[in-house]
Unconditional design. Sequence first.
Lengths: 437, 334
Amino acid sequence: MIQPSFPGGTHPPGHKTATADARSEICPLPAELVIPLAQHVGAPALPCVTAGQWVARGQLVGRANGFVSVPVHASTSGLVTAVEPRPHPCGADLPAVVLQPDGADTWADEYQKQSFHVLSVEAMLERIREAGVVGMGGAAFPTHVKLDPPQGKVIDTVIVNAVECEPWLTADRRVLLEQTEKVLTGLEILQEISGADHAYIGLEDNQPDVARLLAPHCQKRGIGLAVLPTKYPQGAERQLIYAVTGRRVPARGLPMDVGVLVQNVGTIAALTDAVTRGRPLIERMVTISGPAVVRPQNLRVRIGTPVAHLLEHCGVTEEPAMVILGGPMMGSAQHTPAVPVVRGTSGVLAFRRQDLPTTTAGPCVRCGRCVNACPMNLQPTFIADFARRDELELAERFAARNCIECGSCSFICPANIPLVQSIRYAKGAILARRRRI
Amino acid sequence: MEPRTPLLIVSPSPHLHAGLTTRGMMGAVLLALLPAAATSIYLFGLPALRVLLICVVGSVAMEALWQKVADQPITVRDGSAALTGLLVAFNLPASSPWWLSLLGAALAIVVGKQVFGGLGHNPFNPALVARIVLLISFPSAMTHWTAPQPGRFLADAISAATPLSESQSAVMLTGHLPQHIIGFSSRYLLGNMPGCLGEVSALALLLGALFLLWWGVISWHIPISYLGTVTLLSGAFWLIDPSRYPHPAFHLVSGGLMLGACYMATDLVTSPLTSRGMLLFGCGCGLFTVLIRLFGSYPEGVAFSILLMNAVTPLIDRYVVPRPFGMDRSRELA
């Protein structure tokens, strides 16, 4: 069978060797943790602690506010010094619980480790929600919502997204190598909850060692190992589903519409901890790398650790000119290193000024590279042009809303035109207009 | 108070770039055309070098002058003017007087490109616009061919006819092709024949085109569909009457076909965006080229065909659109 490949795509340089093969280390606790109440898609959590209060590691500090919302927990034991707006990775100052670690790192009550087999589906879902598990690939969508499809939607296939297609990032790779058993257990839990008969692990062919490690496990457990061509954005949900199953998620639909559930490697590991040990999501694997970092590495970082602390721990060659949370293709550049690592932070990348592209945009020469690179088969040059002229109706007719904002078009554009940036604007403007009507 | 210097640069993603720029692409095409330029100098001597220099320098100077007068940023560093100049030179005979070369360069830059708004906005291939205007305005100067004298740089020019015009007039006068064109000669492949600077060596042009394909500057769609259509169509006529219609191989290596298919029709600005659009475009070019060569009043039809298809390009781009992933074609798209 020929593996179907999504249309378009690009080949950014990998830059993964610096961090790919070293074991992850535990990041020491910072002097202050800043734990935002909004770390997920949906309503922010409601704070349930006040300044001056002592909290234990794993203790609830923010209650979920509605179905599409998750609770937030203290990442270590210590004193709550404030509940106030602090710099947040989204760019604004948002309410956060500020915590001064006491160094004891005392756990709140913890469940005994137990097999998930004794738990009902409802109990498992409850634990996943209570633990605050969200998509850790970057989107931070609440996992319990994804696992609880509306009546009539049948999930028959679960896919583990181990495709880390962003340059520099190796966090998922390290989770897979160091916590293999946890991920495999998590996959069983996912199958148990969703009732899916088929399970796949999708990863790129630039990681043959991971594939070799997984192959016997997969064979034993009847899991399909999908080794996919290394191509950006292979890890995008729709592209991954197509590459693994050949199914096309409808443009206005969700993966569940084609019976598929995709979860990121880190999410699955966190979900296993939540179900089998009742542990909340208070720590995650983060790749700290980039040309300005002296000792690039993967760290197991408590949620709320300021980026400045990580950069200090790993060392920077000089004052970095740009700090990105996530990968360079879709991650966001931060205005201050005071922002904390949140649940969706897969990487912290630091760049020097000379590493950043400096060229200015020129006129479109109609080379068609963006059209060929678009994994959603759109025509970015036209949509971006409509966006710049505020021709929203035309932009919508050219399916602007289908754009997944992977950035392939801007990456490849010889004229350096900010294509995805303009399309992003068009998407927002189209939605805003819709809301007004 | 000292203004606070910003600590970090903030910009929207993506924060990486593939590295190939417009200037890089133009540079690659210029590089790819070097073997053909060298061949033309080898075959036609100093006159060829003179035409090349006047056209390239003239184009760059013209663009800079226009942008200076129009108070626009001067963008000659992007290499597109130099490339246009080189292509204009390739569309002129070696015997062109200096004013013809200079006029060609000016026409290409001003009428072909700048009046439409400069790079990226011209509907027609600028070099071909220049060629056609000159061909119609100065037919005798534009068809004054000289025989190639390989390696003899300072030799006196000897008038000659191009294989295409030779075959056309022979068919018109006698009703059949001259003997030496019925049998295919390998000298055409190397370019040892009269013609424009860039019409002569199919082999040198192909070499450059392969480089561009390998480097990813052009895609195979237009050259293959163009050359393929010419081969099939001229092959069909050749099968009908080989004494009247030349062999397809003759078509492929004579005249401006190789230059047109690999460098002029593939011009990014004036060709369609999508692969399917490009195939359609190439087939159209091939069809018109064969029709004009065999039945038109001009011996050569490459320039006209490409300009014709340039005019159709917006239409192709409007109707040949990729189907968005996960969508039915019928929905939403115009």
